[in-house]
Design a protein around this ligand. Sequence first.
Ligand code: NZQ
Ligand code: ZN
Length: 392
Amino acid sequence: MENFTFYSPTYFVFGKKTEEEAGKYVKKYGGSKVLIHYGGGSVIKSGLIDRVRKSLDSEQIPYVELGGVKPNPRSGLVYEGIKLCKEENVDFLLAVGGGSVIDSAKAIAAGTLYDGDFWDFYSGKMIEKALPVGVVLTIAAAGSEGSGDSVITKEDGMLKRGTGSETLRPKFSIMNPELTTTLPPYQTACGATDIMAHVFERYFTNTTEVEITDRLCEAVLTTMVKEAPRVIKDPTNYEARANIMWAGTVAHNGIVGVGRSQDWNSHAIEHELSALYDCAHGAGLAVIMPSWMEFVYKHNVMRFCQMATRVFGCHMNYENPEVTALEGIRRFRTFLHSIGMPINFEEIGAKEEDIPKLVDKLGLGDGKTGGFVELSSDDVAAIYKIAVNAHL
Ligand code: NZQ
Ligand code: ZN
């Protein structure tokens, strides 16, 4: 195991009706003028936004609102939010929604306290300070409710880029699994895929002797294999929703990745798909991650066998471990398909002829990237090519 530090200071408030306490927690973390940030309307339709307003009113906390965050959130709305926060002297961001809303709120939070262009932070500049952010989560997926990360797409060139800073970790996250029952099955499945991908990015490591994090990763993965089909079948199953919601946070707040190297190439390769085709991040991952696995598994066949046997219940073939490794990858792809996820380019509207453009936008040039297997631009092109033709 490698040396590590772990600091995950978000205060989690989990369970039924907890959104009614939003105002209380804004007050606890010092908010006196709030920007309520939300997406394309699901929170209005469900009545959630009214309950959040009411809880702020009951604490006598004034607020302004900015809705309209799109999935794969855009820079344009971030600039609008920064302007609004400065004009209205906002000192607290309350994100009511999923990863896109939370990431947009984080960008506004950092940009409001910065004199330059907030995009600098998504081009490599370190974030030193940001307004505090609180969350009322409506979808189990990105894990942004417990992470210090934010991913924004710049309209000019449709560049999707991320940034990370401890200052962006939400002060509190309110997580009521009931709020996720209104999700369409496709969106639920996209979330489940993203949660599993966040674990796999950490699971495939070159660090040895990390039994504790291996087993934590497998706990989250096996939970998802059990619970995701249950909520697809019965969207109102509270217990399954609750397990998935917490799995989403545990998968990405850092705890399953400590003490080990991590990969993250599938995410980088996917982000180019969701930037170019505006597909859901989870859907892009369902297409890319098994394809990435097929490309890299020979690097450490036994680690893929571990996944195959412990997560997908495969029988270990000691005479020919490659058979087991490939069977594990096949079962992962079959599982994704079974919950309604796309598995190849065509199913997300991607085009083979765009591969050079996707590779170019990733911007590796002659360099390499990745923590498990380092990939060149040619390797990335080969993974996209596998994804073009992927089938069950
Ligand atoms: O906009 P509304 O109307 O609210 O609808 C949303 C949206 O269309 C809908 N939705 C959310 N909760 C709902 C609901 N519909 C009905 N009932 C509910 N309870 O779901 C759609 C997708 O929402 P979005 O926020 O985009 O989903 P997700 O949480 O998957 O976030 C995806 C974004 O997060 C980024 C992704 O790249 C993508 O941009 N990521 C952020 C990370 C982070 N900050 O740590 C890490 C991830 O790897 C990821 O890259
Ligand atoms: Zn993700």
